[in-house]
Design a protein around this ligand. Sequence first.
Ligand code: ATP
Length: 319
Amino acid sequence: MKTIGVLTSGGDSPGMNAAIRAVVRSGIYNGCKIVGVKQGYHGLIKGYMEEMNLSSVADIIHRGGTMLQTARSEEFLTEEGRQKAMYAINIFGIDGLVVIGGDGSFKGAQKLNELGIPTIGLPGTIDNDLRYTEYTIGFDTAVNTVLDAIGRIRDTSASHGRANIIEVMGRHCGDIALYAGLAGGAESIIVPEVEFKIDQVCSKLIKGRNRGKLHSIILLAEGVGGAMEISKEIEEKTGIETRVTILGHIQRGGSPTAFDRILASKMGARAVELLLEGKKNRALGINGLEIIDVDFVDVFKQTDGFHQKTYDLANILSI
Ligand code: ATP
């Protein structure tokens, strides 16, 4: 293992830069040459690659986004596209590849393994939708961004005695809504994994108002949909003025939290170690405080892992 490639793929997440930095710096420390691939698998096919040095990754640990840029590549989904990527990999003499991205990116990395290039995956996605790991890189930052928004919305809601629905990211996985809701003391949390009953949401709002609450926050994961309809129904059933805020892409940006920087740094360095140990086809995760590595095959098997206990706790604490 002499030359290691690194790329970011799929949606960007805060902490990807810290992960790139860790791959580059620990790779160089271990005597490897590091090649940065721009624009994910698209850049791999096109040969958008250049050698990175210690200075290439200076001053990026605190920046959101990804200095290597990211992309989604239709062409890479085809056998022909992946053969083109292998051609570029061979031209640049890459012996192993670190892929930072979500489950789609991991599927691509697994396919590259089958074509003979060892790959290691780092979970870079704000959604926390990879169930083999307790945390993905960027999730903690996204939760903190939502928390900040909850605080601001609460100030204005309290002044007007309103309820607020805050729609956050998460198409299939409600973790951002769940964790930001628990940390922010939301009255109700609505996620795709649990069927919700509008009457329960309304009854909490009415009980809250009756004991003098000036505001109420409802966290809604985007995958559930229908924020405007839910808001209308709440107003009709409770008489409480209800506003909707859709947070959107601000959840993806911003400086990564200490947790995400540390997680990304540990995983980036571990990815290099694994490649140097001759390992391949593995994804990095965290369990407790320990960095773990799991075969891609097992990563894709674990689809169910909703944190029911956390959801129940949030409900108990918001009675
Ligand atoms: P996010 O969680 O942010 O959506 P992701 O990595 O899941 O990130 P995708 O768009 O699903 O994002 O995948 C990124 C890229 O990985 C795709 O554009 C495609 O090039 C490649 N990819 C996805 N699925 C596969 C697959 N089954 N086989 C080969 N390559 C794939």
